[in-house]
Design a protein around this ligand. Structure first.
Ligand SMILES: [Zn+2]
Length: 134
């Protein structure tokens, strides 16, 4: 197992990952407050994972504990699940905002139309995820 890194080196890695991925948690998509990001090894250190940036992402503490020493494929599955849910919530919120800005009252018939358009976008994948690993 490689040694835990601290101090300057850790800060440099966190900065590099933020620059690459943005300031959101890799798993739950939430924006992390300053100093709250933890370094997650996709291939766990106990399984030989290294501190190479390709093996690292930033996570909030709770997600890091959830990911723990799971196999890499499981971690990506967990992420896909959560990201799809988050994307659906964003789309639903966007639809609500759009209706509000247009002054459309949420009548039953309007809601149905919006739900239909949401349903068709559910199949879209979110961003730079790799192909389904089975
Ligand atoms: Zn998180």
């Amino acid at each position: 197992m490689s040694k835990t890194i601290t101090g300057e080196r850790r800060r440099a890695i966190v900065e590099a990952l933020k620059a690459r991925d943005g300031g959101e948690c890799w798993l739950c998509c939430r924006v992390m407050r300053k100093g709250k990001a933890t370094i997650e090894h996709l291939l766990a250190r106990s399984l030989g994972g290294t501190y190479d940036l390709e093996n690292l992402v930033l996570c909030c503490g709770g997600c890091n504990r959830q990911l723990s020493n799971r196999p890499v494929a499981d971690k990506w599955k967990m992420r896909r699940k959560i990201h799809h849910k988050a994307q659906e919530e964003r789309l639903a919120q966007a639809a609500r905002d759009r209706r509000k800005s247009l002054g459309i009252r949420p009548k039953a018939i309007r809601l149905k139309a919006a739900d239909d358009s949401l349903a068709s976008s559910k199949t879209r994948s979110c961003g730079a995820l790799p192909a389904e690993a089975k």
